[in-house]
Design a binder for this molecule. Structure first.
Ligand code: NDP
Length: 328
């Protein structure tokens, strides 16, 4: 019996339990590639799964964790062979498929992306789903003709994972970035990432007017609810907002005014089922457009035994930037 360390989620009388324990390799789910996981990370969704605060986990027992980077051990998939360095994010890992907080993972080869040249497995997980999502949002805004000369770009949830990577990438691309945060103490951190202005998130949290003063040409929103409604109502004519998160809520109390009177676009971002070609393009861009020094500044490392406790802290909005998890 081959056992490995994993964070296992089980159903309990009330909710779920999470424990770092031994898992039997024979219980791994079907897949044509087995990977030795070296690094993982902690995303907001991991916090939801670890604490059981939202029904993210759809199968029990589950191994939590939505992202890993590691080395292929076995493969019957034509694209992958033992020794290949790979990244896997999303695709239901940690939700419907046994996930990433484990020394071993078995997944479909079609889910994997090759670790881009020049990026270490640790750096890939410092980026993780959060940073990958930030890049998908930047690419989506570019497809809506956003360029630095069209005006400022606002980033909400700025000190979080998606926000921190979005600021670093946008600043490197030459944008004037307005960072919205609830943590004024992080203003220097946000400026060091490249934010030109830092605003208090309270400015954007009250119910939105149908149209407000035009303040930005684009935006990346991790927050949802009134914040997203305010972003839309303050977007310049022809601008676009990429919606990727719900840190303040699932609702969107807006009107059609920004769309029909200013031609504003609302672009949805999903990282989980994102098709392969778009994934490869986003990872390639991350390898070139994210300053490594800034990535280091964003990143804090924790051990396998600290993940469960950190899950509660990310939901409380207490994690700055990104956490990487050393697995093996
Ligand atoms: P983090 O917890 O790292 O960041 C979220 C940030 O949102 C916090 O740091 C905080 O920023 C801000 N925030 C938290 N609570 C509130 C609140 N009540 N009101 C306003 N702002 C708040 O999470 P991630 O960056 O990993 O994820 C951000 C969001 O994006 C989550 O909702 C997540 O589910 C979603 N997401 C979606 C993906 C997709 O595929 N669409 C993929 C990845 C993430 P500050 O302190 O600066 O105000």
């Amino acid at each position: 019996m081959a056992m490995f360390k994993a964070i296992r989620i089980d159903k309990a009388d009330k909710g779920t339990t999470a424990a770092l324990t031994q898992f039997d390799e024979a219980e791994l789910m079907d897949g044509d590639v087995t990977v030795r996981v070296e690094w993982s990370t902690l995303n907001y969704k991991d916090g939801l799964a670890l604490t059981g605060k939202a029904p993210v986990v759809r199968r029990f027992p589950m191994i939590a964790g939505i992202d890993f980077a590691g080395t292929v051990e076995q493969s019957s998939h034509p694209q992958w062979k033992p020794g290949d360095r790979v990244i896997c994010t999303g695709w239901g890992m940690g939700e419907t498929h046994l996930g990433a907080y484990a020394e071993k993972a078995r997944v479909k080869g079609d889910w994997l992306v090759a670790l881009p040249d020049g990026l270490s497995a640790r750096e890939a997980m410092a980026i993780g789903t959060a940073g990958f999502t930030a890049m998908l949002a930047v690419i989506a805004l570019e497809k809506h003709d956003l360029t630095p000369d069209r005006g400022p770009v606002v980033v909400t949830g700025a000190a979080g994972g998606v926000g921190s990577v979005a600021i670093a990438v946008l600043a490197k691309l030459g944008y004037h970035v307005i960072a919205s945060t609830g943590r004024s103490a992080e203003a220097d951190y946000l400026k060091s990432l490249g934010a030109a202005e830092v605003i208090d998130r309270n400015e954007l949290s009250a119910p939105a007017k149908p149209l407000g003063k035009e303040r930005w040409a684009g935006g990346i929103d991790s927050v949802g609810s009134n914040t997203l409604a305010n972003l839309l109502s303050m977007t310049k004519y022809g601008g676009a907002i990429a919606a990727c998160g719900l840190a303040a809520g699932m609702d969107l109390p807006t009107s059609v005014a920004p769309f029909i009177l200013r031609g504003v676009s609302l672009v949805g971002i999903d990282s989980v089922m994102c098709p392969q070609l778009a994934r490869q393009a986003a990872w390639k861009r991350l390898a070139s457009d994210l300053d490594r020094g800034k990535l280091t500044e964003i990143t804090h490392e924790i051990g396998f035994d600290q993940v469960i406790e950190a899950g509660a802290r990310i939901l409380a909005g207490q994690i700055r930037g990104r956490l990487v998890v050393k697995i093996s």
